[in-house]
Write a protein that binds this ligand. Structure first.
Ligand code: MV4
Length: 446
């Protein structure tokens, strides 16, 4: 096992990784920007190194600074968390070249999944259902039109290096193709420095269902069921839950087995998330994430497996030590992301936390780096806390969530708690009657 881990992140996930390390008896090094000198993650770790100014490109994305921090503190491994450098294959390679262990998959696996066309082709060949579309990147508009006429409109033009919905354009007929391809290309070039594009059939009203996998370095692979992340605003998830209320046990086992087979075949290691669109009983692979995800706690709550601990253990070469038959799903879990934002306009709202009292009790978990008198800086994303509730069923979760959101005191900044209270009072939400477009309409209708 590692003696010391450097945590290359900030906020609640840095605190979460620090906790997992402490339970494993591993010493921790955090890194922080000048703006994060008083941040909780920097206080809780055994050591903390200032890696640069507030701007992320000078600190949390500053590879030489992070490597230097690992060298001067004599760390064994680097945990990238989510966001920042977590899916940067080049960073993973540099970490390993300097003699540290990257807590994550190999640079080759990160690179494979970062290329959405390669990821999709790999999954398709291994028997994972994918969205109908072009068999690779396309060049001129005639090619896009030819593929679109074959699979039928409406279609989506997507960026090969995409994600987060950027460089994605809907096309309803051949008239719209020229403009959509031009716009998607320009967007992809500026966002990802890669203008290559591919084409998919549009799945019009699916759920977003993602399967959690965990693999060790000795060929053992398990899935930990799925999360439903359909409730998104502008490609930002706001509420996630496990299991998905759209799936039955047979569908869960079917897609889980396909995913485990594919992940095993490519020799993947670590945690990973295989994302699907799910509509009318069919799964369509879209992407694979090679990092720990924000919403991992809902899976932890229903399986009792500490995903960050397992991620560190397998990176150190430890065997999983259990198989698929040992994984038991227990009850239901829902996570609400509490952001420092106006609950009506979602405008960021950084500032001084004048009062803080988090909820607790049976089936309640709060992952956060907040404390009273902390000042939320304006330079980073607005996630303040994740409120996770566990219950024996979905309805129990909803009742518990209402109690917990009403008890949660955060004063000094606006938060999205009032938004979540309104959401959980909605009948469609309570009935699980939503798709990926539902939340935008709910917000628009006030
Ligand atoms: C799609 C789709 C419909 N059909 N692909 C959005 C971000 C990127 N990760 C994939 N996305 C989508 N891909 C096909 N073929 C709809 C979306 C999409 C979406 C997906 C998941 C959750 C929320 C979403 C909101 C809008 C669009």
């Amino acid at each position: 096992m590692f003696d010391k881990v450097l945590i290359a992140n900030r906020g609640e996930i840095a605190v979460r990784i620090n906790s997992a390390c402490r339970e494993l008896g591993i010493k921790t090094v955090s890194v922080h920007s000048v703006a994060d000198t008083d941040a909780m993650h920097a206080r809780l770790s055994d050591e903390s190194v200032c890696i640069g100014p507030a701007a992320v490109r000078d600190s949390y994305l500053n590879i030489p600074s992070i490597i230097a921090a690992a060298e001067i503190t004599n760390a064994d491994a680097i945990h990238p968390g989510y966001g920042f450098l977590s899916e940067n294959a080049n960073f993973a390679a540099i970490v390993e070249e300097h003699g540290f262990t990257f807590i994550g998959p190999t640079p080759a696996h990160i690179g494979m999944m970062g290329d959405k066309v390669r990821a999709k082709e790999t999954m398709r060949k291994l028997g994972v259902p994918v969205v109908p579309g072009s068999s690779g990147a396309l060049d001129d508009v005639e090619e896009f039109i030819a593929v679109a006429e074959e699979i039928g409109y409406p279609v989506l033009v997507k960026a090969v290096s995409g994600g987060g919905g950027r460089g994605m354009k809907r096309v309803d007929g051949r008239e719209g193709m020229t403009e959509a391809v031009a716009m998607a290309r320009a967007e992809a070039q500026s966002a990802f420095d890669d203008s290559s594009l591919y084409l998919e059939k549009l799945i019009d009203s699916p759920r977003h269902v993602e399967v959690q996998v965990l693999a060790d370095q000795h060929g053992a692979v398990v899935h930990l069921g799925e999360r439903d992340c359909s409730l998104q605003r502008r490609h930002q998830k706001m509420v996630e839950e496990a299991p998905s209320s759209a799936l039955n046990a047979e569908e869960r086992e079917r897609i889980g087995a396909r995913v485990v087979h594919a992940v095993g075949e490519i020799g993947y290691r670590g945690v990973g998330t295989v994302e699907f669109l799910y509509q009318a009983g069919e799964f369509y692979f879209i992407e694979m994430n090679t990092r720990i995800q924000v919403e991992h706690p809902v899976t932890e709550m229903i399986t009792g497996i500490d995903l960050v601990r397992e991620q560190i253990r397998v990176a150190a070469g430890a065997p999983l030590g259990y198989g698929q038959q040992d994984i038991v799903f227990n009850g239901h879990a829902i996570e609400c992301r509490v952001n420092a934002e106006d609950p009506l306009t979602f405008r960021p709202c950084p500032g001084l936390i004048t009062g803080y009292h988090p909820p607790g009790g049976l089936g309640v978990r709060v992952d956060s780096a907040l404390y009273q008198d902390y000042t939320v800086p304006p330079y980073y994303d607005s996630l303040l806390a994740k409120v996770i509730v566990h219950g024996s069923n979905r309805n129990e979760c909803l009742m518990r969530l209402r109690r917990v959101l009403e008890e949660y005191v955060i004063t000094g900044v606006e938060t999205t708690i009032p938004f979540h209270l309104k959401l959980i009072a909605n009948a469609d939400f309570a009935n699980g009657a939503f798709d990926i477009h539902w939340l935008e309409r709910f917000i628009a209708e006030g």
